[in-house]
Design a protein around this ligand. Structure first.
Ligand SMILES: [Zn+2]
Ligand SMILES: [Zn+2]
Length: 364
């Protein structure tokens, strides 16, 4: 499981066509860092492969940092996946269309993503509460010229309160259907947290959900919770088609066995991303991926051809590689820790721990 020679895919160099303007130069800087770190990673892997002793968790964390280089999307991810990370609570950004057909509505530390189709809105997550739905989601959509009464589906990535909190309000107010994986519906039924939506539609693994002219695919990515779901969906920027992913739950769970599940999901999802040609990386917790800063950059240059959320297929894969490397390290860290045996039996408690908004058990 912790073979340090595993997952040795070298980070590819960034793609050329989109490197224009200021953002182009920035990504070239990242590219240079990636090229350097690719070599560094190979050296490190060579050290692992030739070492008589097993790699340590720190070896993985060091490798992840080198893979991330100076890319702030990746350094944010490394920070967020580091044990003891403290969730920041930045100011809420203004609502923003980050693509022609995607809007982000955020309270700062957690965001909802609206996919605007010809047949209405698919909302990914619903913020922390009915108050957020009424005070942030609804006015935010209206400010962007989108009609909240056309929300047809609320896809809840997982059963933590900062993602499902506004769902029942949207169901009651607009007749939106609320969707979640069965495992997390079960979690809600057994824990009955505040603002839990009534059980509605089950998400199946690999389900294709079509609304109007848009079809999104919903993949099971258990780990953060047993029923975490991550979507892959088409987006457009200035009319050009791209393919986006949104990782449903990033904070590694406490139990080692659950971290191993998470790692397996990250591997599988990375392959699915590659097959789908994912070149856009999104998160429901923007501090995990430089999301607020990218929103700010885009809002300051709304006509740019170089959308900062379009990272390219190579960097989208690198994002997942950094994630896997960090989680590999966290698994080893558990095994190095004298408390790992206790943590391994804590699966159920962890599954319930994050059901209150803002609890340390949930971010990303
Ligand atoms: Zn969560
Ligand atoms: Zn969360």
């Amino acid at each position: 499981m912790n073979d340090p020679t595993a997952d040795t895919t070298r980070p590819a160099l960034p793609e050329g066509p989109r490197h224009r303007s200021l953002t182009r130069r920035r990504f070239w800087q990242f590219g240079a860092a990636a090229a350097v770190t690719a070599g560094a990673a190979s050296l490190l892997q060579g050290q692992f492969a030739g070492a008589a002793t097993a790699a340590s968790s720190q070896d993985y964390f060091d490798r992840a940092a080198k893979l991330a280089g100076d890319n702030p999307i990746l350094t944010d991810l490394v920070s967020a996946l580091t044990s003891g990370f403290t969730v920041p609570h930045p100011s809420a950004p203004d609502p923003l269309k980050i693509f022609d057909d995607v809007a982000v509505l955020s309270v700062g530390w957690v965001s909802a993503t609206a996919i605007l189709t010809s047949g209405g809105i698919i909302l990914i997550d619903s913020l922390t509460s009915p108050t957020d739905a009424q005070g942030t989601l609804v006015p935010g959509l209206k400010a962007l010229g989108a009609d909240p009464s056309t929300i047809k589906y609320v896809v809840v990535t997982h059963a933590h309160g900062d993602h499902f909190g506004g769902a029942q309000y949207l169901a009651d107010t607009y007749g939106a259907r609320v969707m979640m994986a069965p495992a997390d519906w079960t979690t809600l039924a057994t824990s009955n947290p505040a603002n839990a939506p009534a059980r509605d539609l089950d998400i199946t693994d690999g389900q294709q959900l079509t609304l109007g002219d848009t079809t999104i695919t919903l993949h099971y990515t258990p780990g953060h919770t047993p029923g975490t779901v991550s979507p892959i969906f088409p987006v457009h920027w200035q009319g050009t088609a791209h393919t986006a992913m949104l990782w449903g739950g990033t904070n590694p769970p406490t139990a080692t066995a659950d971290k191993q599940t998470y790692l397996s999901s990250a591997r599988t999802f990375g392959s699915l991303m590659k097959r789908a040609g994912v070149d856009v990386e999104l998160s429901n917790h923007p501090f995990c991926d430089y999301g607020l800063e990218r929103m700010q950059e885009l809002s300051g240059a709304p006509d740019t051809a170089d959308n900062p959320f379009v990272v390219g297929t190579a960097d989208a894969q690198l994002f997942m590689q950094v994630m896997r490397t960090m989680v590999n390290g966290r698994i080893l860290q558990d095994q190095e820790s004298s408390s790992s045996a206790a943590a391994s039996t804590a699966t159920t408690a962890v599954a319930l721990a994050g059901t209150s908004p803002g609890r340390a058990g949930c971010y990303c």
